[in-house]
Design a protein around this ligand. Structure first.
Ligand code: ZN
Length: 289
């Protein structure tokens, strides 16, 4: 079974501020990368124990080169570097059997306030689901904080969700010890692959639905299936400023619906995702100015 693993950074246990997430953060960034590597490798090892035969890791955070390639477990391929057309989902195609997200959170918080899919607030998992749906690949595993897990629950039926920390404020969180986080991630990834191997189904694990850091288990009693995304999804984006919303409307298919809000609708899921990625790219000029 072929696994596509998209790694972010903000959602890893122990990560709470920007210095841990940016190369300019010095030692704090080194620690952040080490924490991420531990979680990515735990997911890889769990996936392999559950039946995965090949894994592609798509580094999706910042400059998208946060992992030491020679320390990635499981002989995984590593897709790194910036300006990937499909961003967090670059490299996915219909030949994969499963998608996993590690250290999940949300897209560019320096430009976006909130994103809604079909009227419901989504993090990156819900947005990335547009691509997984297009290629017909189920999202079977996600790790992150309690918010990332609860946002995923609505769109990813049966997905194994592992909460490694509780957000307290925007820049504070209560994390599991990384060793415990990695153990839960490995267990969750293995369980996801076993359920997938058993035929896109299986029972939710004990602990399903429990709350708090350290909870692990299927996101719902539903069997694993493709993300719940409509054929013509409606994606709404609230930007931090009105000029970001204005600039985003330069992209075909993006329409202004409020002072800081735009809507992407009437596109099939992959085109909707591409338009969303284009809005992020084009508004970057304002973020960085
Ligand atoms: Zn990130």
């Amino acid at each position: 079974m072929r696994v596509f693993l998209s790694s972010d950074l903000e959602g890893a246990a122990g990560i709470v501020d920007w210095d841990q997430c940016r190369p300019g953060g010095g030692r704090a960034y080194e620690v952040g990368c080490r924490l991420l590597l531990g979680e990515v490798n735990a997911a890889i090892e769990g996936a392999i124990a559950g039946g995965a035969t090949s894994i592609l890791v798509n580094d999706s955070h910042g400059a998208m080169a946060n992992l030491p390639p020679d320390e990635i477990a499981g002989s995984a391929e590593y897709l790194s570097g910036q300006h990937k057309p499909l961003y967090m989902m670059e490299g996915l195609d219909a030949g994969f059997d499963a998608v996993m997200f590690v250290a999940s959170h949300t897209y560019n918080p320096r430009a976006i306030w909130e994103v809604r899919l079909g009227g419901h607030v989504v993090g990156e998992s819900g947005i990335n689901a547009l691509v997984a749906t297009s290629f017909g690949v189920p999202i079977v595993f996600l790790s992150g904080d309690q918010v990332a897990c609860s946002e995923a629950r609505r769109f990813l039926p049966g997905c194994e969700l592992v909460t490694v920390k509780e957000s307290v404020t925007r820049f504070a969180g209560r994390s599991l010890h990384p060793t415990d986080a990695r153990a839960l991630i490995a267990d969750g990834a293995e369980r996801a692959m076993r359920r997938l191997g058993a035929g896109l189904g299986g029972s939710p694990s004990p602990g399903a639905g429990s709350a708090g850091a350290g909870s692990a288990g299927a996101g719902s009693a539903a069997a694993l299936s493709l993300p719940l995304v409509e054929d013509s999804p409606c994606l709404e984006i609230d930007w931090l400023t009105a000029d970001m919303a204005e600039l985003a409307c330069s992209i075909a298919g993006v329409e202004r619906t409020g002072a800081r809000t735009v809507e992407i609708s009437e596109l099939e899921p992959l085109a909707c995702y591409r338009a969303f990625v284009a809005t992020i790219a084009i508004t970057r000029s304002i973020v960085e100015s």
